[in-house]
Design a protein around this ligand. Structure first.
Ligand code: FAD
Length: 201
């Protein structure tokens, strides 16, 4: 309630002589007493130049949408745990998902898992033609213990970290935001924040 959405490049983040944080936005510079780094797999663009060595890695994933043959309809998701893929009914078509790929975030795409799973998926459900020119690709921001970092940046007062939510960032967004808000406003955190501190690595 009461927030404003402004767009800008987070890499413009800098610290003012009085310690406040500044970013350049499409509406001009924004200066505030506190800033939160919540860039998911791109968070290293901010903490790296500030001197933090955080072992953030990426588990990439792919998906492709298909039409259905003969008016077939998929009414619920199907997990093929043996081969390692999921078919899900989406607005765009039937979505085939891959498993996780360990790779650098920006390495060229290698959607081999989609290629491997597709023939098996076609035996399970009457998939027709592909609907996307290329498989979609995303990168899950992962830390070695598979917990996010939520809390203050250890050496920069007023800067906060909230990233590394791995496979569960959509699910964890609300509680992660609540925990961070508790800490930023000086409330008693609703859970122990120690497991998520940045200096555990
Ligand atoms: C294939 C796949 C399947 C997944 N399935 C699930 C699931 O089923 N359930 C679940 O809970 N989670 C799932 N996730 C994980 C979830 O998507 C992430 O954990 C979550 O998106 C992380 O949220 P975030 O806000 O930290 O980062 P993001 O959602 O990645 O958002 C980061 C934002 O920062 C922006 N950004 C980057 N650089 C800059 C910059 N320089 N300036 C300004 N903005 C910038 C990006 O454009 C992006 O909008 C999945 C992820 C993948 C890849």
């Amino acid at each position: 309630r009461g927030g404003h959405l402004l767009s800008g490049d987070a890499r413009s983040l800098s610290q003012e002589p009085d310690g406040r944080w500044r970013v350049e936005t499409a509406n001009g510079p924004l200066v505030a007493g506190a800033a939160v780094v919540a860039l998911g797999p791109w968070s290293d663009a901010i903490y790296g130049p500030l001197g933090y060595r955080i072992p953030l890695g990426w588990k990439r994933g792919y998906h492709m949408h298909y039409a259905a043959r003969d008016g077939a309809k998929l009414n619920h998701p199907i997990l093929d745990a043996d081969v390692g893929y999921l078919l899900a009914p989406m607005r765009r078509g039937v979505r085939l998902t891959s498993g996780a790929e360990f790779a650098r975030r920006d390495a060229p795409p290698t959607p081999v898992q989609i290629e491997v799973c597709e023939p098996t998926a076609r035996r399970l459900f009457p998939l027709a033609e592909r609907l996307d020119p290329e498989p979609w690709r995303g990168a899950r921001p992962c830390l070695p213990d598979m917990l996010p970092i939520v809390g203050p940046a250890p050496r920069h007062p007023g800067l906060w970290f909230d990233f590394g939510h791995a496979h569960h960032g959509l699910t964890l967004g609300p509680v992660s935001g609540r925990l961070l808000a508790d800490m930023m406003t000086g409330e008693q955190p609703f859970i122990d924040p120690a497991p998520y501190r940045a200096d555990r690595f």
